[in-house]
Design a protein around this ligand. Structure first.
Ligand code: HEC
Ligand code: HEC
Length: 281
């Protein structure tokens, strides 16, 4: 699937999306399978054979996909979209109950998300067919990966990074709210593919806040990191640098000492301690 290079007449977007959809169906990802507990008909693998579930028997309003595509193949592509964006069908199609597709109007273009999705389909096709593959072929590569919805979205309807989300949260609601937001996102998404909960992500965020002069927010990001990585020398280095920048030299020395306890080989931490001590004399 990764090195897929359909023949040039083939529709790359479609072929890849179908491949993704097949994988999604095979692994029964929760974001596209219905919860039967809600009582609606199952949005199961045999959807395409049940045109009475609001699905048009033949497509009425395809503008990007081939006009004669079978319902089964369309649903395959659609499952790929839903999985990549972490949404259900009615995110893009007019309907009230995600588990009852009999009331869903798939033909309508009323929801903006559907119209945006069409723009995205065109973008992905242009990138793959006109930029990526020809560009790589030109420099002698014979195989290329293709850009897919998931390449950018990885489970988010709006492809934003954890850092962007938290920076927005800080700007709108302040430090405490940002930290609470981090905890709730982590609780809901840890282990998933939507956000990066690594130590590096919070360090980068601390750097971003520090560059804009918000040392307090940067320190909050560091403290949050220490909550999950109490023995991290790397986080202590950044903590020490931030405290030194804020002229809390005592705190900075303590941070660099903690750095050395975590990893005595980091000469930089000893150098910083020495420099701060000299400066104070
Ligand atoms: C991210 C948005 C998005 C999601 C989620 C989505 N769709 Fe679609 N769907 C579209 C777009 C865009 C089209 C039109 C494609 C085109 O113009 O070629 C479409 C078209 C369709 C059509 C053809 C309608 C017609 O007759 O023209 C069907 C059927 C359909 N989707 C079913 C589904 C099902 C079932 C799901 C859930 C598994 C789903 N879609 C999820 C965006 C979405
Ligand atoms: C190159 C990265 C990239 C790829 C690939 C991509 N998207 Fe997007 N998508 C974005 C960005 C960026 C936005 C946010 C646009 C904005 O609102 O400013 C977005 C927004 C969207 C939205 C609107 C979300 C909302 O509610 O505001 C939908 C729907 C969507 N994309 C569907 C898709 C589908 C379906 C595919 C695959 C055919 C796809 N995208 C591929 C980058 C991408």
């Amino acid at each position: 699937m990764l090195s897929t290079r359909p023949d040039r007449s083939g529709d790359r977007v479609v072929v890849l999306s179908i491949a993704i959809a097949i994988v999604a169906a095979a692994t029964a990802l929760p974001s596209v399978s219905a919860e039967p507990a809600r009582g609606g008909p199952r949005e199961g693998g045999n959807l395409a054979q049940e045109p009475q579930l609001g699905l048009p028997e033949t497509p009425q309003n395809l503008q990007v996909l081939p006009a004669d595509m079978s319902t089964r193949a369309i649903v395959g592509v659609m499952r790929g979209f839903a999985t990549a964006l972490g949404v259900r069908c009615i995110y893009c199609h007019v309907g009230d109950d995600p588990n009852d597709l009999s009331t869903t109007d798939f033909v309508s273009d009323e929801r903006e998300a559907k119209r945006v999705a069409r723009v995205m389909m065109g973008m992905v096709r242009t990138v793959n067919d006109e930029l990526l593959e020809p560009g790589l072929t030109e420099i002698g590569r014979t195989e290329s990966l293709a850009v897919r919805c998931a390449t950018c979205h990885h489970g988010n309807s709006r492809p934003v990074s954890l850092g962007d989300v938290l920076a927005e949260s800080l700007e709108n609601d302040g430090i405490e709210a940002m930290l609470a937001h981090y905890d709730s996102l982590r609780g809901d998404n840890y282990g998933g593919w939507s956000y990066d909960f690594s130590e590096t992500a919070l360090l980068q965020l601390a750097g971003r806040f520090a560059r804009t002069g918000n040392i307090e927010a940067a320190m909050a990001a560091i403290d949050k990191n220490l909550e999950f990585h109490p023995d991290s020398a790397t986080t202590r280095v950044t903590q020490g640098q931030l405290l030194a920048q804020a002229e809390d030299f005592e705190g900075a020395v303590a941070a660099f000492q903690a750095c050395l306890e975590a990893n005595p080989e980091i000469a930089f931490c000893q150098q910083m301690i020495d420099r701060i001590n000299q400066r104070e004399q």
